[in-house]
Design a protein around this ligand. Sequence first.
Ligand code: ZN
Length: 434
Amino acid sequence: MSVFLTDALSRTLLLMRDSLGADVTNAQLLSALTDTSVVLAADADAISTHSGQSAFVTAALLMARSGHRVYLMSPETTLIGDQPPLAGTRLVDGLLQVGRDLLPTIAFTAGPPAGRVDLVVRFGAANPQVEAGQTISMNAADWSATLGPGDNAKAWQADDWPFGGLAAAALAAGEAFKTSMRRLREHARAPAAFDVAHAPANPVCVELAPPCTPRVVSLPDTDLISGGALTNAALYALLRLPGATGRMRVFDHDDSALSNLNRNMLLVRSRLEIKKVDDLARFSGRLQITPVARRFDKALAASERLPSTVLVGVDDIPSRWLVQKLVPEWLGVGATAGFMAMSSFHTPDLPCAGCLHPIASEAEGPIPTAAFVSFWGGLLLSAQFLRHLAGEAIEQQQMVAFPLRAEGNYSHAILADRECPVDCEAARKRKSAA
Ligand SMILES: [Zn+2]
């Protein structure tokens, strides 16, 4: 097994260990991922929409970043909109090229597999004649995605708005990952809980926003704090908005490393050892991305004037407080914790990011995380951002996703915390009312 592949997947292996005993070896974890075979099948209807193309490309990239063997069964077609990090104008060809530049030794195969596969994913009414352990049918509307049983395929519904398709891809990638995990059941620490967590999904519809939420593509000046996985995922989604315009600055001091390839959705292997922000800026177009190669720390916070809208994707909780103390008019925070992904928004009158995350994590060392989990975090964050821009009045400040069991996704309000480390207005009001 390639030592480079082990390094590239090191964070994913850590996350897998969450529910497994210490006896399982890295080689066993890697085999479980790389032995997982998936057919992605799209018909001409689905793949002739920007939504369907976004779903297909994203599912392929998410699964490849978890080391799975992915077969692309789609008619070759012209890309309708941008699909970064794909280059060129062809969908299958673009994926094959990027596939050779992702994880070491992992690449896509165009066309059908020689035999049986673990999972077939049908986008729209595609009907590949492939034997599979599990078959699922994906579909999407503007803001929602459905996962249904394999015999329930219907014509692709969404057209050019990509969010539902992106959620469909995230759902499908979670199913592929569970297939890998089920290979390791004999190592489960708590077999009954393991079975519940890793059973195939029940039919599910996930909503990122109410169905009639207006489409907004004119984005305000926005700062993104961190160039890591959450920012990658949020930008990955926003760069797919048809005709999006706006100016964004990204703050991060770090270079991309091999161990980021498992989850940074815009990163490819030939762009390692480059500043994360400089790499993200190469996708600048009508949506301008300006790199700021500095850590967002107290000194920078004191000197920098932030725009009214800020998206934060840093793991470090005190850094979230630091941004919140500058009281942006709208702050979005995307995060993951184990197999959970979440996003919250904060305005000056509402409970703040300190109320929601009041304790600085003690955890040290590399953070366990996988492609589809980080992607959910960035997808929720970008969806909340667009709902804000659409003028939607939202009471439930936090959205929570369970990428292995998306049936349990939910949203909720945030309570002001009297001990809020930011000492925000909502917290002070709650204290004085007590
Ligand atoms: Zn607060």
